[in-house]
Design a protein. Structure first.
Length: 135
C-alpha cells in the first residue's frame, strides 16, 4: 500500500506539470496569439470586403483556450486580462467602454472554455464574437 507521502508527492508532481504546461501555453498565446496588432495584420489579408477584424474575438478566444486548462488557467487569464485592461485605461489606449466590452468578451471566453474543455474554442467563440464584423 502507498503511504500518504506518496499521494502528496504524486499530487505535487501533477500540479507542477500542469502549472508548467499552463505557463508554456500562456507564454505562446500571449507571444503569438494575443498581440492584437499582429492578428489584425494577419487577418487583414483574408478579410471580406467591407468588414474589419473584431478585437473581441481575440479576447474571448484566448480566455476560452486558457480556461480549458481548468481553474488555474481561468484564474491566470482572468488576472492577466484585468491587468491588461487597467494598463490600457491608464495609458489611454482604451476608453472605459472599450475595456468593459473587452472584459465582457473575456468572461464569455472563460465560460465557454471552462464549461466545454473538449470543444473547439474557435467554433464556440465565432458564434458569439465573429472574427470579422461589418464596418
Amino acid at each position: 500500500s502507498r503511504g500518504l507521502g506518496d499521494v502528496y508527492k504524486r499530487q505535487i508532481i501533477f500540479h507542477i506539470n500542469q502549472t508548467y504546461k499552463l505557463g508554456k501555453n500562456l507564454y505562446h498565446f500571449i507571444k503569438d496569439g494575443y498581440d492584437t496588432n499582429k492578428k489584425i495584420k494577419l487577418f487583414a489579408l483574408n478579410k471580406p470586403v467591407g468588414y474589419h477584424y473584431n478585437d473581441k474575438n481575440a479576447h474571448a478566444l484566448l480566455s476560452c483556450k486558457m480556461s480549458q486548462y481548468g481553474k488555474l488557467g481561468r484564474a491566470a487569464i482572468g488576472a492577466l486580462g484585468a491587468l491588461r485592461e487597467s494598463i490600457q485605461q491608464k495609458n489611454g489606449s482604451n476608453t472605459k467602454q472599450e475595456s468593459i466590452e473587452d472584459m465582457q468578451a473575456n468572461m464569455w471566453g472563460w465560460k465557454y472554455g471552462f464549461e466545454n474543455p473538449e470543444k473547439d474554442c474557435e467554433d464556440m467563440i465565432e458564434q458569439r464574437y465573429p472574427r470579422y464584423i461589418r464596418r
